[in-house]
Design a protein around this ligand. Structure first.
Ligand code: AMP
Ligand code: MG
Length: 418
């Protein structure tokens, strides 16, 4: 069944918007069954040009199925180490349009192109050349949760770059994603596989929840290890800058040769042009937001009585929300586990005789990589339990905390500091 909608005249939505209904199939794969074998020879990037070996028949069949859909020009849900991606042939404008349609993504938000080897990267760059500045970074941090901004070429459709002179590229380390891209033989454009504006998916079930019927196929490779999107680095500007904080930390990037002056967009500088273009920190759109109202309760750097202040703050907020006329039958809490305490994923209690409280733990305080892994999952889980309001605890912006706080600030309707 096909539906065809044409929106009238606005420039951004001129392209026809359609969605095909599918009976979405989900197939499991086991990441441990995928390995990579270096080619023999003197290739400078032999590790990064290694070939995939799949040890089991079932995994091979699942990859073949995904390749079949991708070669037909459809969009497919795939696991990556950051979050699940919604992938399509990055060199085929028609395939790329399926991503925008399935997610309902604004047409002016560019996509990241995923490659599975340095040879594939070179094949899409002008003169097949990687800018010098990226070489030490690629050697150290690829494959991994890092996207780099590169000059684009004729091969990349405008819908991927949204007309920018640059293209953002990543080499994922997830063995399933890497093997799949290699099997396709073309790079995959892939934003997060959520419905636009919603929290990113870290499980195949999240993708199914958002996109069932809109895409033909999802590869289920279990949970994503990093849990937040990649870091977007623009090394072509001087000084280089992180446009979006993500899985690879500022601290790690800054150690690389040439990155000594590394800046973070919005923290260290703001650029008028970037502010207008949604290539960057996503000012323009609502992001990462569950159905429930999210209130972020952040800690002041030197706040010693955080626990007490946190409780006081959410109780006051809850009263204010009730006074405004909203009926609150269920609230959710997303907390960190304090060092030395045992992590219980879920605690249910009553606030009073009107309101139930479901409290979930994202990860241990002081372990931002754990919080990153648990954050989107927690937001989605609480939405699934139909809570009206989510109170989420802020963490320090060190290491992965920078990406966590970037996402939580965008998801929140209100930020309190206590
Ligand atoms: P996502 O939807 O999470 O995959 O986000 C893709 C993001 O990658 C965009 O919103 C930008 O932040 C970034 N991005 C993609 N293409 C470019 C580009 N050409 N220049 C700068 N940033 C980009
Ligand atoms: Mg996204």
């Amino acid at each position: 069944m096909q539906f065809l909608f044409r929106t009238a005249s606005t420039h951004l939505f001129q392209r026809s918007f359609y969605s095909t209904m599918f009976d979405t199939q989900v197939l499991k794969v086991v990441p441990e069954n995928f390995t990579f074998k270096k080619s023999i020879g003197t290739d400078e990037f032999s590790e990064l040009n290694a070939n995939s070996v799949i040890s089991t028949k079932n995994d091979k069949l699942a990859i073949e199925k995904a390749v079949e859909w991708l070669k037909k020009g459809e969009a497919v849900g795939i696991p990556t180490e950051t979050v699940y991606g919604l992938a399509a042939n990055a060199l085929d404008a028609n395939a790329v349009s399926k991503i925008f349609a399935a997610k309902n993504r604004p047409q002016d938000n560019p996509l990241i192109v995923h490659v599975s080897s340095i040879n594939m990267l070179k094949s899409i760059l002008p003169d097949n050349t990687i800018p010098e500045v990226y070489l030490p970074i690629i050697r150290k941090h690829w494959p991994g949760p890092l996207t780099i901004v590169l000059p684009t070429s004729q091969l990349i459709p405008n819908s991927v770059t949204c007309g920018h002179p640059t293209v953002a590229v990543r080499f994922p380390s997830h063995p399933v994603a890497r093997s799949l891209i290699e099997a396709c033989g073309f790079p995959l454009a892939a934003p997060s596989a959520n419905s636009s504006g919603k929290p990113s998916p870290t499980l195949a079930s999240h993708v199914y929840h958002d996109l069932q019927g809109r895409i033909p196929f999802i590869l289920d490779g279990g949970s994503c290890n990093v849990g937040v999107e990649s870091t977007v680095l623009d090394g072509l500007r001087n000084p280089p800058a992180i446009l979006r904080p993500g899985g690879l930390t500022y601290e790690e990037l800054k150690e690389i040769k040439g990155m000594e002056q590394l800046q973070v967009y919005r923290k260290d500088f703001v650029d008028k042009e970037l502010e207008m273009a949604p290539t960057t920190p996503g000012m323009k759109y609502r992001h990462y937001s569950p159905e429930a109202m999210v209130i972020l309760i952040d800690r002041k750097r030197d706040s010693k009585e955080f626990e007490e202040n946190f409780e006081k703050a959410w109780k006051e907020e809850l009263n204010a929300i009730r006074t405004s006329g909203m009926v609150v039958s269920k609230i959710g809490m997303l907390r960190t586990t304090q060092e030395g305490k045992t992590a219980t994923w879920e605690t249910i209690s009553m606030v009073d005789d009107q309101t139930k409280c479901i409290s979930l733990q994202m990860g241990r305080y002081g372990h931002p990589e754990e919080v990153a892994r648990g954050m989107f999952k927690g937001l989605r889980e609480l939405d699934g339990r139909s809570v009206n309001v989510i109170f989420v605890e802020g963490i320090p912006e060190d290491r992965e905390g920078m990406a966590v706080m970037n996402r939580l600030r965008k998801a929140a309707t209100k930020v309190l500091e206590v």
